[in-house]
Design a protein around this ligand. Structure first.
Ligand code: DP6
Length: 335
């Protein structure tokens, strides 16, 4: 049964707005520990992307309801998260959510990470307007219930989410490495056929390569952390490539196999290889979708951008982004 927005709102209808930026993993979270809610089997290391954003507005209402970029969303996907917020803040409030992304939703650009990070802030403010705000770590814990990668998106700059941890943590703020750039390519705006959640679980349950993937995660995570601390792009890019390629190896071993790549994804991977061969920093990574993101450095953009534009649409160029925050406006992702 549909009803108008006004029918659902309670008398007060104060609105709480929050903005967050997606968390791009350089060493991937892929697989959950059994028996918890989105507890990671692998330690992930990530960067928050400044030009992409999710903005949510939340109001108290008579029932939970969510619209994503103007379309009604299946509320069941959000219920465990809403329940966790209500339990934590001892509130019975229902949430009316309007969420917008300035990039394609569910197309492998980590929209659930920024969406749930923004929701953790806005829903907790709505559920308990008169108390001291929850700490970033508490908010990260709540966001994790919505989507694992959202635990990282609460924090700007560079983050670590350790195996089995209930919350992520910031390793360095964005200012640690202002010259770092992530070129976001758009191979397709179509929503992916298999969600990351389903693919991850299928991989855990059926892929013979899942156990070795988990066993071999500690060393790359540590290597990425050290490379980040030293701002060593060659080392960081190398370990990031290993991580995403091995993650895809586990998916190819699943039953039925999961293959997100498009011909344009492979073309971009090959183009990065050529660029590196010519001494240009271009280290690609991918997530649960066909889009390729390329790590580089400000001074190399001049060489990287035209080369990538020959094989794909350049959607935007990101720098390390800020913390998720209450309020905030959203602009379309500039090139
Ligand atoms: C490939 O965080 O979307 O982007 O916890 O089931 O919601 P759920 O999964 P999600 O998975 C992200 C997977 C990834 C890698 C990463 O972000 O670390």
């Amino acid at each position: 049964m549909s009803s108008s927005l006004a029918d659902d709102l309670d008398g007060t209808a104060v609105s709480y707005t929050a903005t967050a930026h997606p968390s791009l993993a350089l060493v991937k979270y892929w697989g959950k520990l059994p028996g918890g809610v989105n507890l990671p089997a692998t330690t992930s290391i990530a960067v928050t992307l400044d030009q992409l954003s999710s903005r949510v507005t939340v109001r108290a209402a008579t029932r939970d309801r969510v619209t994503l970029d103007g379309a009604e969303a299946a509320v069941e996907r959000f219920t465990p998260f809403f329940d966790a917020v209500r339990a934590r803040l001892e509130s019975s409030v229902r949430f009316r959510v309007e969420s917008t992304n300035n990039f394609p939703t569910a197309a492998g650009l980590a929209s659930s990470s920024s969406g749930f990070a923004a929701l953790a802030l806005a829903c907790s403010a709505c559920a308990s307007p008169n108390r001291t705000p929850l700490s970033p770590s508490e908010l990260s814990k709540l966001a994790r219930v919505g989507s694992g990668s959202a635990a990282r998106a609460l924090f700007g700059g560079f983050t670590r989410w350790s195996r089995g941890a209930v919350a992520a943590e910031q390793l360095h703020p964005a200012e640690h490495w202002p010259e770092l750039r992530v070129v976001v390519l758009k191979m397709s705006a179509a929503a992916k056929g298999v969600s990351s959640r389903e693919a991850m679980e299928r991989t855990r349950l059926t892929s013979p390569y899942f156990a070795p993937w988990v066993e071999n995660n500690a060393a790359p995570a540590l290597e990425a952390e050290r490379a980040l601390a030293e701002r060593d792009l060659e080392r960081l890019g190398t370990v990031a490539r290993h991580s995403y390629l091995r993650m895809f190896a586990t998916m190819l071993g699943a039953d039925p196999p999961v293959l997100y790549w498009l011909p344009a994804s492979v073309a971009a991977i090959k183009r990065c290889e050529q660029l590196r061969g010519a001494g240009v920093a271009a280290f690609e990574t991918m997530d649960a979708g066909p889009q390729v993101k390329v790590l580089t450095i400000k001074d190399h953009l001049e060489a990287v951008l035209p080369a990538l534009a020959e094989v794909s649409e350049v959607f935007t160029v990101c720098s390390p982004g800020p913390d998720a925050a209450l309020g905030g406006s959203q602009e379309s992702a500039p090139k």
